[in-house]
Design a protein around this ligand. Structure first.
Ligand code: ZN
Length: 73
């Protein structure tokens, strides 16, 4: 069967008996991603996650959590 990558719109031939082909027959074609795009997206996602972690969790010494304790005493 043929599948069209929904990102780059490249047409890819799939083995009819492959698991992916069976999945695509049950689900809409727009769920298909070619290997290139899937790799690219995976890389981007991992990069973004890594960057977000750096921002959300800076080194503990730069921002000590002293706000709450001072208000109570
Ligand atoms: Zn693609």
């Amino acid at each position: 069967m043929k599948a069209i990558c929904f990102l780059c719109e490249k047409t890819v031939r799939l083995d009819d008996n492959s698991l992916l082909a069976k999945k695509l027959r049950n689900n809409p074609l727009k769920t298909y991603l070619c290997n290139e795009c899937r790799e690219r997206i995976t890389l981007h996602t991992l990069e973004r996650l890594a960057k977000r972690k750096e921002k959300e969790a800076p080194s503990p010494s730069s921002a000590p959590p002293t706000d709450c304790t001072s208000a109570h005493s």
